[in-house]
Design a protein around this ligand. Structure first.
Ligand code: ADP
Ligand code: MG
Length: 366
């Protein structure tokens, strides 16, 4: 089975319907404005709260416009999906590999900068030059392919974020070898989410929730002042939530082996690749990352998924404000100690629950 592109959302927002702003002043009623759209091959749902209906609609329009804008810059298959046959920056960079540097937008430079920052920190576990490997496995088409070791080795020779030539002055990007391909699939949704949130804030929206296929951002609190509740899905049952996080002004981003995958002879091949092997990363079933930046949370969810919980924890220690929840192949749930007060484990999914950094790491949480 190959679940592709239009994925179910991974994080389920435990919503409520509405509404009265703090309820102190009954005359200022806040209304809910909600819309769903498929952008970036992902079902994106945005809900904003506003007293003025015109503002509510404008906020939705502008937030979605940010997703479309970033998609039109970062979509590496843009020749097919853009109606006016304009091609994206990323498409042009890839087309011009070994040919010439390509002038790009500030957004692409910002995404590359952040990608390379985390690539360095993770010793290449996050690598946006993973494109040729994604194509080899058939993750861009609906046709999957089980490649030979030789094929993987050939394509891996084209992977290496250190080889991307960025000229910040000239605002150009150059890939030095034909066949190299940028793939911003591990960052673009998070970056677009941050851009949409920024727009909402500029418009004066202080309560909203965005769910971009598992990339959630909870802006402010719920209109009644309580925190947003974001669920983490069971990696093997998309109708089941295994934990709930209570958050405000926080991105909650999940990566998992259940988003795009196919199974051959009982082995699951999925879309998060370990660049050191060219194969699907095998150490975890899912990661969920909390951070104030959706860009960082998106990159880190993919990075930690590749690193696994042990090396992932070492990387997390470099940050005071990024936290994570891991679900390992035995379905054990491990989470950053600082999440203690904001996480409820609903179902241990047959595994154990472990608090990272606790004195007895294997101790069960009640
Ligand atoms: P999703 O897109 O399902 O939300 P992720 O945020 O984890 O999941 O991103 C996975 C996507 O990132 C893949 O579809 C691919 O485009 C890209 N990718 C896969 N492996 C890596 C990697 N090791 N480093 C950077 N990007 C990756
Ligand atoms: Mg990601």
């Amino acid at each position: 089975m190959f679940r592709y592109r239009q994925r179910v959302v991974t994080a389920i927002i435990l919503g409520f319907l509405f509404v009265c702003a703090g309820c102190a002043d009954k005359s200022v009623r806040v209304q809910e404005f909600s819309r769903e759209n498929i952008v970036m091959d992902t079902l994106i749902k945005i809900t904003v709260y506003a007293a003025d209906p015109q503002l509510g609609e404008k906020a939705l329009n502008e937030a979605f416009a940010e997703f479309s804008r970033i998609n039109s810059l970062a979509d590496r298959f843009s020749e097919k999906s853009l109606p006016d046959s304009e091609t994206s920056d990323v498409y042009q960079i890839n087309q011009n590999a070994q040919v010439k540097p390509v002038k790009v937008s500030d957004d692409i430079l910002a995404m590359l900068d952040r990608s390379n920052y985390f690539a360095n920190l993770s010793e290449g576990a996050f690598d946006v030059t993973i494109g040729p490997i994604m194509d080899l496995w058939g993750f861009k088409q609906t046709e999957h392919h089980l490649p030979s070791e030789k094929e993987i080795a050939e394509k891996l020779a084209l992977v290496g974020y250190q080889r991307i030539v960025v000229d910040k002055e000239q605002k150009t990007v150059f890939l030095p070898e034909k066949g190299m391909e940028l793939d911003l699939g591990g960052i673009a949704k998070g970056y677009a989410t941050d851009m949409a949130v920024q727009r909402l804030r500029e418009l004066g929206i202080n309560s909203a929730i965005i769910n971009a296929g598992g990339n959630v951002y909870a802006l402010g609190s719920k209109p009644d002042g309580s925190p947003w509740r974001v669920g983490i899905q069971d990696p093997r049952n998309n109708n089941k939530i295994i934990a709930i996080l209570r958050v405000e002004n926080t991105a909650v981003v999940s990566s998992g082996d259940y988003e795009r995958y196919f199974i051959i002879d009982g082995v699951r091949y999925h879309h998060i690749i370990d660049p050191s092997t060219g194969e699907s990363a095998r150490q975890l079933m899912s990661t969920t990352v909390l951070a104030s930046s959706a860009t960082d949370a998106d990159v880190m969810s993919t990075t930690l998924f590749v690193l696994g919980s042990e090396r992932g924890r070492e990387l997390l220690q470099k940050f005071t404000n990024i936290n994570a929840v891991f679900v390992d192949p035995e379905r054990n749930i491990t989470f950053s100690k600082s999440l203690n007060k904001q996480i409820d484990i609903l179902d241990q999914a047959n595994g154990q629950v472990k608090k990272e950094d606790s004195e007895d790491a294997s101790s069960q949480v009640e």
